[in-house]
Design a protein around this ligand. Structure first.
Ligand SMILES: *Cc1c(COP(=O)(O)O)cnc(C)c1O
Length: 356
């Protein structure tokens, strides 16, 4: 099969984070209380009933992960069982049937394997993004759960998050809008959380930031997370802290980076509420983490009407001078990407090979 995008031959280096149609997608239906076997489809267009609860009431959840090529050609997934577990939690919250782990893994592995020609090679900087999703389908009008569900997995090659070599520091702007309520759905990867964030992201970008930073909705004091990334902070005392909040998405990347910081960098690590205003002067490094970017160093933050440089004790308030990448974020990035690509050995059991 020829790899082409819009009639042009695919060049790994040109890829961004955009949908690229690949050859096959996996689809399984839940009907009358049980999951079907699942099958491969070549068509990317889904025929959906206009009354589908996924469309009206966002009875829908999803996952995101990457498959990467190792130097020896093996194809590696990173901790996919955590994505499976998280999808189950989201399904339970939205009254959808859980996708059993074996069906989840079969869907993911089948979609990766059958699109093997779309898996970027080792060293290209690109990877195969895997998007599992679970949606409520079928005719419905009143607000109640769907009677039928589709579990679908499609894949798309995506480019290196950083087009230039190395990590690029970003800026965040504290949003006046809230992302999630304290006892709402912020800790689940459910579609309903994201449409509401588009405007916050747009406003942050108009201010010159890359993303919105959300504070806790109850007190607007503690850091929650960015639009699609958890937050890590290196404090002046050399420890690594990350927000504890019931309203943030439990990021696989964040959990892995915290573990690596403790085990490989010997840093004290804590998950606790972080008071942005009270503690900001102690921030030495800050990062936003998630599957797509791994970790983006954060150079400056907009809050209470001004831009502030992270680590301004050392850098002064010269915002332009704060674009340096801190050594902890760089080391964490190198460690995690090294493990994910099979270059650095690990004994956690994080790497899952997809047999082609
Ligand atoms: C997906 C996501 C993340 C990152 O999670 P990973 O498992 O590391 O990819 C962080 N925050 C939000 C809101 C997300 O949707």
């Amino acid at each position: 099969m020829e790899r082409k995008i819009g009639g042009k031959a695919l060049n790994w280096a040109d890829l961004g984070f955009e949908y690229v149609r690949t050859d096959w997608r996996f689809s399984a239906r839940w009907r009358d209380g049980q999951w079907g076997e699942g099958k491969l489809l070549d068509c990317e267009i889904m025929p959906l009933h206009e009354g589908s609860p996924a469309l009206h009431y966002a009875q829908e959840c999803f996952e995101g992960m990457k498959a990467q090529s190792a130097r020896d050609g093996r194809v590696l997934l990173f901790r996919p069982e955590l994505n499976s577990e998280r999808l189950k939690q989201a399904a339970g919250r939205l009254l959808m049937p859980e996708v059993p782990t074996d069906l989840f893994m079969r869907g993911v592995e089948t979609a990766v394997r059958e699109n093997r020609e779309w898996i970027p090679p080792f060293g290209s900087g690109a990877s195969l993004y895997v998007r599992p999703m679970l949606i409520g389908v079928g005719d419905n009008l009143g607000l109640r759960p769907a009677k039928e569900f589709e579990f679908r997995v499609f894949v798309s090659p995506v480019g290196p998050y950083y087009k230039q070599a190395g990590l690029a520091p970003i800026a965040l702007a504290v949003s006046e809008m809230d992302r999630a309520a304290p006892h709402g759905t912020g800790n689940f990867k459910v579609g309903a959380n994201y449409a509401g964030g588009l405007l916050a992201t747009r406003k942050a970008q108009q201010q010159g930031a890359s993303e919105a930073l959300y504070l806790d909705a109850a007190e607007r004091r503690y850091i929650d997370e960015a639009g699609s990334a958890n937050i890590l902070v290196v404090l002046r005392d050399g420890s690594l802290v990350t927000p504890r909040s019931a309203a943030i998405l439990p990021s696989v990347t964040r959990r892995s980076l915290m573990q690596l910081a403790a085990d490989r960098l010997g840093m004290p690590t804590t998950e606790r509420p972080i008071d942005l205003r009270a503690e900001f002067d102690d921030f030495v490094e800050m990062g936003a983490c998630g599957t797509a970017a791994v970790v983006s160093p954060i150079a400056r933050i907009w809050f209470d009407g001004a831009w502030r440089a992270v680590n301004r004790k050392e850098l002064g308030d010269d915002i332009k001078g704060s674009g340096v990448v801190g050594s902890v974020m760089q080391e964490l990035y190198d460690l995690l990407t090294g493990i994910q690509q099979g270059e650095i050995a690990e004994d956690y059991g994080w790497i899952h090979e997809v047999k082609l």
